[in-house]
Design a protein around this ligand. Structure first.
Ligand code: AMP
Length: 282
């Protein structure tokens, strides 16, 4: 299987799929594909006749002090996986193709990126919105599949589709985990043996707090603070570990029955940043 580099070529490919009467689901990725990505491909195949993937490490969503240069790039390996999964086409553009010439425009986000990853990574979601907006205009898929792992991304993209009138249905895939509960991530490759053993502790803490909240625990802040201390004592550095409203993704202290929440954490083990979340329906 070969990657399609040019915008004209991928457009032509998608056009020919649609001409044959196929519906198309799109799964954007940054590559270094793992079982989490593959689970999204399979979910996409349940919704559409053909699946198109993209593999592109988008420079616009990395801050200068982040791991853009080190981010794992394994195109040949990834293409073999895509072929095995029956992916119809893989769009893997270069930076010159995606951002050709001087760029005059950008997208701004209000409020939805104030907390969680948006609060910790200025410019991150603006970069994602820009690239996904471009990718949607290039691929013009009927469906697009994204992971719950990046739940704030999903919520902001939902809003983009609604406000910018993209003609695409978004689908959220559940988080694929290793046997010990660690959410699969291309960045797990950075963990050394000791860090890898510690890493599932984040999910265990989320599960523990999530159960207490679902069972009606009163003092959520105390619970969160206690878990944060436990995680820190184990060697995690906490970026955030908090309960957020599902719609607006703002911190919540007193969850109400009948509402939906995101319990989410971002932690560092050494230099490696891990994120995870669970959805709580009270
Ligand atoms: P990335 O390559 O990290 O940009 O991720 C591409 C897509 O895969 C995004 O929609 C992610 O939310 C999703 N994804 C990443 N990790 C997982 C996972 N462990 N399970 C399911 N989906 C995932």
């Amino acid at each position: 299987m070969k990657a399609i580099r040019s915008i004209d070529d991928i457009r032509e490919k998608v056009r020919s799929l649609k001409k044959e009467g196929s519906t198309v689901a799109f799964v954007p990725t940054m590559g270094a594909l793992h079982e989490g990505h593959l689970s999204l491909f399979r979910l996409a195949q349940e919704h559409a006749d053909e699946v198109v993937a993209s593999i592109y490490v988008n420079p616009e969503q990395f801050a200068p002090d982040e791991d853009f240069e080190e981010y794992p790039r394994e195109l040949e390996n990834d293409l073999a996986k895509c072929e095995e999964e029956g992916i119809a086409a893989v769009f893997a553009p270069t930076d010159d193709i995606m951002y050709s010439g001087k760029q005059y425009l950008s997208i701004e986000i209000d409020e939805l990126n104030e907390y969680m990853d948006g609060g910790s990574r200025p410019g991150f979601f603006e970069g994602i919105l820009l690239v996904v907006n471009k990718l949607f205009n290039i691929i013009k898929p009927d469906f697009a599949v994204f992971g719950q792992k990046d739940i704030q991304q999903f919520r902001i993209l939902q809003q983009m589709v609604k406000e910018f009138n993209h003609d695409v249905e978004l689908i959220m895939g559940p988080i694929k985990r290793a046997n010990d509960g660690l959410a699969l991530s291309s960045r797990n490759k950075y963990l050394d043996d000791e860090q890898r053993k510690l890493a599932p502790g984040l999910y265990r803490s989320l599960q523990y707090v999530g159960k207490q909240i679902s069972d009606g625990a009163k003092n959520v802040q105390l619970l969160l603070d206690h878990q944060k201390n436990e995680l820190e004592a184990k060697g995690f550095k906490i970026d955030y570990f908090n309960l957020f409203s599902f719609e607006d993704m703002i911190p919540i202290e007193d969850p109400e029955a009948g509402s939906k929440y995101i319990l989410a954490g971002a932690v560092y083990l050494g230099e490696t940043r891990l994120i995870d979340n669970i959805i709580i329906e009270k």
